[in-house]
Design a protein around this ligand. Structure first.
Ligand code: F6R
Length: 624
């Protein structure tokens, strides 16, 4: 939610900031703004409503702003509607012009996160004579920094320290002070921020893709820490104002991975990257010695001895990552003989449940910054429960704070709707299920299961070869009003993800239902021509789900059915059959999800929507 960039060096800042913002636009696209300064001159602020291209046009691709130091922001509105006035940067002065133009204020800055006690702080600042032009919590934060800076006269780091002990909430805060023309200052709590330093230049960003083309050497700033950034240098401070040392991290991601690479949309590119990134993720943990293959979690740090201690598993996540958990529970229960519960992080964090001491809490997250998932992780840790994170973004908060971390090798995922990260998470969960089953002595056919897992990437390629059929089908349904996805067990979990892909990017109402539940109410919504998509990949449940589909058909539904080649012949029963290659049924979700991703994509395109940036959404949900 919200993307932040900063630059200080020897080049013109504005074009670099705009390029960085373009890489972060998936984090928010309600409005955007930039501020640049040249030496002692006042900072210039430009803001625009809507997507980033408006700001790019208004600043003549950055050429209209002169200066080698600046910050930028792309907004996902929380406090205050999307408007030019509420757009960042915000300024500390009592201006009436929405904080735009040449700024005489002491402090100008941007923020990502939520200040929970902003109203109380706003009242305090008003008592001290500050006037507000926006409805944002950010303006309060910037004015509070100004207040402490002027009151204590001890410098920016001290003013920031005083500010952050006074605010409640989450923030990645980036500010410039008029009195410190060659510096940018930052403070952070629970919202992502990285700092990259390279030969005479420094970069600040909410996420890696924004700075990848400049440097891959980054520092992660911790909670309640601050930094003073100059050209090519960064110093970190704790709340007491003492200097702290940080280690630099080298990011392996390739800058090209964050480009569209000839595809019309990131989502389509990322769908096509799935075979490769799933293969990379499998190879990271499956080791081959001669003909023997094993799952090696030594990089994760989880030993066989650790695994034998767990008797319950809680899988906690949000959105698609939660769907991964929903699917993995069947596999973990069946192969590993575990008690598994899957919880939405936003619910789990507030439950007053007693977690058994021998539990393992698995947090799944692409970004590693989702606020609810992070809070759930901390709650489990506070209760003394072991935590394992499955995360894509290296060095993210969840990755750093969990006891163990299993990284997915998805690379940067830019499209708001997840595809490749989901697929990598799923195979990580499959590997964990197999590993846990072996260690607990409940697995006989280990080698065969591993071969099946390793066959997934090639079979994904086969599914992708059939994409034109899905495109054709999507063109027929672009005016659909409601779509229902039904299945049982693993098929139900696949439906949950298929339905989310559909609704989030095509804006067509869709619901995923456990097939057996349709008769308990939802079937009343089926009418002539309603599209019902059934997933039929599980032998023991196939006939049951098919019967439920036929019940819908006899009430007018048009049926699409997904199953595997040569297993069942659904041609006579469903109107539009889709076949995927055969693989062990525990793992079939990795293949069956692809036609559903494609269907959501093509429907969105045929309706002329912005596939990569669906309305109201942002990639990384760092607020509750
Ligand atoms: C949907 C989607 C979201 C995320 C959810 C969790 O396509 O991407 O539902 O899965 O917001 O995000 P992470 O995995 O970053 O914790």
């Amino acid at each position: 939610m919200c993307g932040i960039v900063g630059y200080i060096g020897d080049k013109q800042a504005a074009p670099i900031l705009l390029q960085g913002l373009a890489k972060l636009e998936y984090r928010g696209y309600d409005s955007a703004g930039i501020t640049v300064r040249e030496g002692e001159k006042p900072a210039e602020v430009v803001k625009t409503i809507g997507k980033l291209h408006n700001l790019i046009e208004k600043t003549d691709e950055g050429r209209a702003l002169v200066g080698t130091c600046g910050i930028g922001h792309t907004r996902w509105a929380t406090h205050g509607a999307p408007s030019k006035t509420n757009a960042h940067p915000h300024v500390s002065g009592n201006c009436t012009n929405s904080g735009s133009g040449a700024v005489e204020s002491e402090v100008v800055g941007v923020h990502n996160g939520i200040i929970e006690n902003y109203q109380e702080l706003k009242a305090k600042m008003e008592r001290h004579g500050y006037k507000f032009y926006s409805e944002t919590d950010t303006e309060v934060l910037i004015k509070l920094v100004d207040y402490y800076f002027k009151k204590y006269k001890m410098g920016p780091i001290d003013a920031l320290a005083k500010t952050i002990v006074r605010v409640r909430g989450s923030y990645a805060l980036v500010v410039m002070f008029a009195d410190y023309p060659d510096r940018i200052f930052v403070a952070r709590k629970d919202s992502p921020m990285i700092i990259g330093v390279n030969d005479g230049e420094s970069f600040i960003a909410s996420d890696v893709p924004a700075i990848l083309s400049h440097t891959r050497n980054v520092y992660y700033i911790g909670n309640l820490e601050m930094a003073e950034i100059s050209a090519g240098n960064v110093d970190f401070y704790n709340l007491d104002g003492d200097r702290i040392e940080k280690e630099e991290t080298h990011i392996e991601w390739d800058a090209k991975a964050a480009e569209k690479g000839g595809y019309e949309h990131f989502m389509m590119k990322e769908i096509h990257e799935q075979p490769q990134v799933v293969l990379d993720t499998l190879h990271k943990y499956i080791k081959e010695e001669g003909a023997a293959k094993t799952i090696d979690l030594s990089e994760v740090g989880l030993t066989d001895e650790d695994i034998t201690k767990f008797s319950n598993v809680y899988i906690v996540a949000c959105g698609s990552a939660w769907h991964v958990g929903m699917e993995a529970q069947y596999v973990l229960e069946e192969l590993g003989d575990f008690q598994v519960r899957v919880e939405l992080a936003s619910e789990f964090r507030y439950r007053k449940n007693r977690l058994p001491a021998d539990s393992l809490v698995i947090i799944i997250s692409q970004s590693g910054e989702t606020a609810d998932s992070l809070a759930a992780l901390r709650m489990a840790k506070d209760k003394g429960i072991t935590t394992l994170a499955i995360v894509n973004v290296v060095g993210s908060s969840i990755a750093r704070e969990a006891d163990y971390c299993m990284y997915t090798l998805g690379g940067p995922e830019i499209s708001v709707a997840t595809t490749k990260a989901y697929s990598c998470q799923l195979v990580c969960m499959f590997m964990l299920a197999l590993k846990f089953a072996v260690v607990r002595g409940c697995m006989e056919d280990y080698g065969n299961y591993l071969d099946e897992l390793l066959s997934i990437p090639e079979k994904m390629n086969k599914v992708l070869e059939d994409k034109e059929r899905i495109q054709w089908f999507a063109s027929k349904y672009s005016n659909a009003r409601d779509i229902f996805f039904i299945g049982r067990g693993i098929d139900y979990a696949i439906c949950l993800e298929g339905s989310l892909k559909m609704k989030e990017i095509s804006y067509i109402h869709s619901e995923a239902y456990a097939a057996g539940e349709m008769k308990h109410g939802t079937i009343s919504l089926i009418e002539d021509g309603t599209l019902v998509i059934g997933t039929l990949t599980q032998s023991d449940l196939y006939e049951k789900t098919l019967s439920n589909m036929m019940e819908c058909k006899s009430r007018g539904a048009y049926l699409m059915g997904i199953t595997s080649y040569g297993k069942y012949d659904v041609e006579d029963s469903v109107n539009f059959p889709v076949y995927v290659p055969k693989v062990d049924e525990h793992f079939i979700g990795s293949l069956a999800i692809i036609p559903l991703q494609l269907l959501g994509y093509y429907l969105s395109v045929s309706r002329g929507l912005d596939v990569d940036k669906p309305r109201n959404l942002a990639k990384s949900v760092t607020v509750e």
